[in-house]
Design a protein around this ligand. Structure first.
Ligand code: GLV
Length: 326
């Protein structure tokens, strides 16, 4: 009998077709947003799940779905998984690293540039019919080239942004990370390790790329924003909750920092109402990995993890390989 899997959100039809060659597939191609009870209902009796970052797999879901053996996340981040609970129940978790690194680094860089050069704010001004004359300081922002780029969280995506800044734009790159990179990687990225405080105080443009964990909650709050230069910009392509959005909205309104670019939000898809009213912020709906080829590669990698697991007992990108044993 073929294993039964549930695909929790709408994905590329060709990927559902690939899965259907190997599995009995129930898929949410209607793209309904499922409550926890509905998710449990759908997962009961399934051995595998294809999930996205919004599908929470926690102890309650696992207890209610004892047949589940693997959850393949179509995202590199996996804070929607209670990984210790999955490991305790012997449920394999997988994610989609690497295939999205360069696309996401492109977007982080683009968001930084749009923020520094005030692209959203000036477009709104133009669309509102307010552009009636030239003026010397109209939407004058800050430079990217030659500026100090700070990166908090120096994994694969952070390194991609560092390379773009150092090699493409002559930026002076500094970073802070839980652990310092080896000398060869630092040299490749032309990045210098600094304390978090120095990163906050010295960056002209600070980009957040660290994974979410309870210890990273509000890693950037009022105190950290107060340490930044008043001319600095802040970009968050990491996860909602890493920035205290209320404190950021206040800092932007008071021009404590110059501007922010945000792709992720606390409680998304809700956005803090004060962020919607301050002008000096570029807002995008969590699309950093959203190029068509990359989203397809992510979906195929999640599918490959399911296919590999049920055919060989292994997976391509396991997060808790200890559940696989030997
Ligand atoms: C996107 O946020 C991802 O984690 O892939």
């Amino acid at each position: 009998m073929r294993p039964k899997i549930f695909v929790a959100r709408e994905i590329f039809p060709e990927v559902v077709e690939r899965l259907a060659v190997h599995f009995e597939v129930q898929s949410n191609q209607a793209d309904d947003i499922l409550s926890k009870a509905q998710l449990i209902d759908a997962l009961r009796g399934k051995q595998g799940a294809f999930t996205t970052g919004g599908d929470r797999i926690d102890a309650e879901v696992l207890a209610a779905c004892p047949d589940l053996k693997i959850c393949a996340n179509m995202a590199v981040g996996y804070n929607n998984f209670d990984l210790p609970a999955m490991t305790a129940r012997g449920v394999l978790a997988t994610n989609t690293p690497d295939v999205l690194t360069e696309t996401t680094a492109d977007f982080g860089f683009a968001l930084m540039m749009a923020t520094a050069r005030r692209m959203s704010e000036s477009e709104h001004f133009l669309r509102a019919g307010k552009w009636t004359k030239w003026s010397f300081d109209m939407f004058a922002g800050s430079d990217i080239h030659g500026a100090t780029l700070g990166i908090l969280g120096m994994g694969r995506i952070g390194q991609g942004i560092a390379r773009r800044g150092a090699l493409g734009f002559g930026m002076n790159v500094i970073y802070h990370n839980r652990s310092r990179l080896d000398a060869a990687t630092e040299a490749q990225c032309k990045a210098r390790y600094v304390s978090k405080e120095e990163l906050l105080r010295s960056s002209d443009h600070l980009v957040l790329v660290l994974p979410y964990s309870p210890s990273a909650h509000h890693a950037i709050g009022a105190a950290e924003l107060a340490m930044m230069k008043p001319t600095a910009t802040l970009v968050n392509i990491a996860r909602g909750g890493i920035v205290d959005d209320a404190a950021l909205a206040q800092a932007l309104a008071q021009k404590r920092i110059a501007a922010a670019g945000l792709d992720v939000f606390e409680g998304e898809p809700s956005v803090h109402p004060d962020l919607l009213t301050v002008p000096n912020v570029v807002l995008t709906p969590h699309i950093a990995s959203a190029s068509v080829p990359t989203r397809l590669a992510m979906a195929n990698l999640a599918a490959d993890n399911l296919i590999q697991f049920f055919s060989t007992g292994k997976a391509l990108t396991p997060l808790n390989p200890e559940v696989l044993g030997g």
